[in-house]
Design a protein around this ligand. Structure first.
Ligand code: NAP
Length: 305
């Protein structure tokens, strides 16, 4: 039998990915939405989260799709009301607030899942398996996209807590922290802030272990979401945000589509709830926090979405 779930924050990612994944899910029934402006046809909608929780005791799970800054209050209220919680990435606006949610979920005997959709990309698991028994001599991430194309009108990305270019960059870091056989740590960062923004529009990162990253949100024309890893047994390339795996220039696995990621997240959430487990991993977000702590800052011209 499918479990009832409510989707909160009906914006771009909810409509692009969460709703299609839930409609096709064998595990979940989308039973309600909460949003101040968005709705989903055929699904009961609320503008008040408290009212949705009070009126639907049968909905035991909520999936939170709003931006990171407002998300904590919703997650806290849901856990206090006895609901399992699934968090969009990044799981919060700060590390400490996610630790607080993890403690609360444990005390309440509820599931908390900090999702990282890019880890569910088609080629991430085969890349991890290929790298498991080798040494990394060098790795470089290139994550360059056009913020105006992917985040139209989303001014929150340039406000404090919005993470700027780390909003997509954290997807690359979620893959990196999944596939490397040993962890790395931040050694230095160069961050570029538009004069009118509280968050960076570009970042160049240097990690231990000869690992580096280049994130830029001003890319026009072809968009790039690649990770190159050099090893003694050959060169691995993860392309298309982790969906296509190349070894020494030949495609080995994957599919050039992001549409498998959210169905896999919801299948994992169903398994976690069924087994009474949580999955909370903050390692990608620790790198972002460290970059913001260590980074040299330069200012560039004002940027408008
Ligand atoms: P969005 O469209 O700007 O926001 C989603 C919804 O959140 C809005 O429609 C809004 O709904 C609600 N919301 C916004 N501010 C709120 C507030 N202060 N309090 C309560 N609700 C608020 O953003 P998005 O692109 O969907 O991104 C949301 C999250 O998904 C982010 O963490 C992002 O990193 C992640 N994500 C986005 C993408 C993407 O392609 N955009 C991809 C993967 C993951 P109402 O105004 O109707 O309440």
């Amino acid at each position: 039998m499918r479990r009832s779930i409510a989707l909160i924050g009906i914006g771009k990612i909810a409509l692009d990915q969460h709703v299609p994944a839930l409609v096709a899910s064998p595990d979940w029934q989308l039973a309600a939405t909460v949003s101040r402006s968005g709705t989903v046809a055929g699904v009961q909608s609320y503008t008040s989260f408290g009212e949705m929780l009070a009126r639907n005791p049968d909905i035991d799970t909520v999936s939170l799709c709003m931006p990171p800054v407002p998300r904590f209050e919703y997650a806290h209220a849901a856990l206090m009301a006895g609901r399992h919680v699934m968090l969009e990435k990044p799981p919060g606006a700060s590390l400490a607030e996610v630790h607080a949610l993890e403690r609360l979920a444990r005390n309440q005997g509820l599931t908390l899942f900090t999702t990282w959709h890019s880890r569910m990309a088609h080629a991430v698991a085969p890349a991890k398996a290929w790298l498991a028994d080798t040494t990394i001599t060098r790795a470089h991430i290139t994550w360059r996209e056009d913020v105006r194309k992917w985040h139209p009108g989303q001014t929150w990305v340039f406000q404090a807590g919005g993470m700027g270019v780390f909003d997509p960059g954290i997807n690359a870091l979620s893959i990196l922290t999944e596939i490397l056989p040993a962890p790395v740590h931040m050694r230095g960062a160069e961050l570029t802030f538009p004069s009118n923004c509280q968050t960076p529009i570009a970042a160049s990162l240097t990690f231990s272990g000869n690992v580096s990253a280049d994130f830029d949100w001003r890319q026009q024309g072809p968009q790039t979401w690649d990770i190159a890893v050099e090893t003694p047994k050959g060169q691995l390339y993860l392309r298309m945000g982790g969906n296509v795996l190349e070894i020494d220039g030949k495609v080995q696995a994957g599919e050039n589509s992001i549409m498998g990621e959210y169905p896999a997240l919801y299948a994992r959430m169903a398994e976690l709830v069924k087994t009474g487990a949580s999955d909370v991993d903050l390692s990608p977000m620790i790198h972002v926090a460290d970059a913001l702590t260590l980074g040299i800052r330069t200012q560039t011209e004002a940027f408008h979405l």
